[in-house]
Design a protein around this ligand. Sequence first.
Ligand code: AHR
Length: 343
Amino acid sequence: MKKILALVLAVMMMVVAAGCGGGDQAASSGSGSGAASSGGKQITMGFSQIGAESEWRTANTESIKQAAQDAGVNLQFSDAQQKQENQIKAIRSFIAQGVDIIAFVPIVETGWDTVLKEAKDANIPVIVVDRDVKLADDSLYVAKIGTDSLTEGKNVFKWIDEYMTKENKKPRDGGSQYNVVILEGTVGSSVAIRRNEGFKDAMAASPNAGKYNILASQTGEFTRQKGQEVMESFLKSYGDKIDVLYAHNDDMALGAIQAIEAAGMKPGKDITIISVDGVKGIFQAMIEGKSNCTVECNPLQGPLLMETAKKILNGEKVEKLVYVDEGIFPADVAEKTLPERKY
Ligand code: AHR
């Protein structure tokens, strides 16, 4: 009798234990540990990235994917291969799927009004990431998370001006002005527009404005290869007249460095080089003495994006415009700083 009782008790305990275990499993697979939820269900975010043109962009994509995973957000990721039409298609497909929220990096500044109105009509909030949009109605997006390209452009000029003065650089053509060439980013992108605008504004405001002459300015499409090609053509046309290269991103500067070396000149010495982003590749070039400064543009925007998305879907108020923190890194801090760089 005792044996039968013990057996019944053991079976009952196993049943209870199995019931508890099943409950736990259901809870964790239903919402995931730390899963983001909107009204109890997991958040689905449609995200349209522009492509993979640079080291910076790769870091930006990784940051967003990792942050979504950490936050338990179901990320529907779409790569537009550098085409606005692909981004518009992706946004329309997110609307058709009924995602909870849409985020996108606008490859260019204009042309978003219609599709963002469609998202608004479908009651899907939109977050603009990294670059800016120009709209007739700013209520078509809820928040913008990104970087301050105007300030980046201003910082580039200010750094060059201080450096050329401090180093007592003499114009290479024997004249009275430093000749500057510019490798611009994607045509029509807010970053290319603002990085130019900021540079020119700071130059116009400087008492040294007359010391600088912009010799040539052309797009290198934010890629290393195009940066190299355009620099080759600048060197063919202007050769030893060029004093300063301003590249709108580090990848184009890295391509240009190859072109300068192939032309038998010393990048970072014969031609002073400054670029924007702060990727590991340019830190390495600065350590080797081939580049002079990078103005940071921080791609690690994923955590802030997920936090903002959760707040919006919980009905909390968010800032319309949030900039991520950025610094300026000249060559003399490159060696010390490289081990700390996250991208
Ligand atoms: O929009 C940010 C810019 O886009 C980065 O400076 C550049 O590297 C990227 O491709």
